[in-house]
Design a protein around this ligand. Sequence first.
Ligand code: PMP
Length: 351
Amino acid sequence: MSRFWSPFVKDLVPYVPGEQPKLSKLVKLNTNENPYGPSPRAIAAMQEEVGDDLRLYPDPNGERLKQAVADYYGVQPNQVFVGNGSDEVLAHAFHGLFQHGRPLLFPDVTYSFYPVYCGLYGIAYETIALDEQFRIDVADYARPNGGIIFPNPNAPTGCLLPLDAIERLLQVNCDSVVLVDEAYVDFGGQSAIALIDRYPNLLVTQTLSKSRSLAGLRVGLAVGHPELIEALERIKNSFNSYPLDRIAIAGAAAAFEDRAYFEQTCQQVIASREQVVAAMKALGFEVLPSAANFIFARHPRHDAGGLAAGLREQGVIVRHFRQPRIEQFLRITIGTPEQNQALLAALGGLC
Ligand code: PMP
């Protein structure tokens, strides 16, 4: 800490990202990346972009990408916002859309960036306990609030809230923004984008880091009523008018255009997930129902910290959160069939 830091910076508690080790021999199942590469069409589009045009600024509005997202979801481009990873899109939403004076509500077990943004933007919050089965009960959110946010499927549990439950929540909560963070929705959920025309306070965020396998490119988006999108644009243009570079705009648009590759790779991940779940249950694990590209599991007789350490010794990295209520769980990303086999073989030796 330096004496030149402002008191504000001294008090910040930043987010701690999952470990990003050099891959060499490791089976990396700790940060929910896609085991399959990005769409070949996306790679070609990015390669095409690398040339003399890089001397020019990119389109500040990323129109090509907005159009591709709008076409994919059957919405208008003015209902789409794009940014540098959904983390940045979320940051702008926290900054510009949640009211002060009443607390923001989110689950007690959820994406750990939410309290960090609350600290950064001075937003008061209340956490709402998940039920005994680690599910969100929307009835618990029917109370005065300055906004509501949750991932669907939730992270790190993987549990999915059905669309009708989200609609019930929107029917009783019309005075503040409900933000559904759909980072993992393509692995088994139904997008709440289907509801945006009926609920002007609904904002849905998504990322290209998971189902479109472009975590390294840093592209995320939000879809909602044009007035919500306009607020995000104002915040963005007061911060960095060019959040997406030329390569990112081209690659992300092409990834959205390549539906066939996207659907095929998502299906592969889903099929592998079901195999891993069955095999882990056979090893005695309790596995929460997952609609994501990861599973959340605990063993009744083995300590999660010990299992994570044992896996690591065998070159398999998974995520273990030392957090109340979930410290006995491991979060394991679904990998290629070979990676999943390595995981299961290592677990077999430990359990
Ligand atoms: N939301 C959730 C629930 C996540 O798990 C993640 C990934 N860590 C993100 C948002 C952010 O993803 P990105 O910034 O890569 O788009």
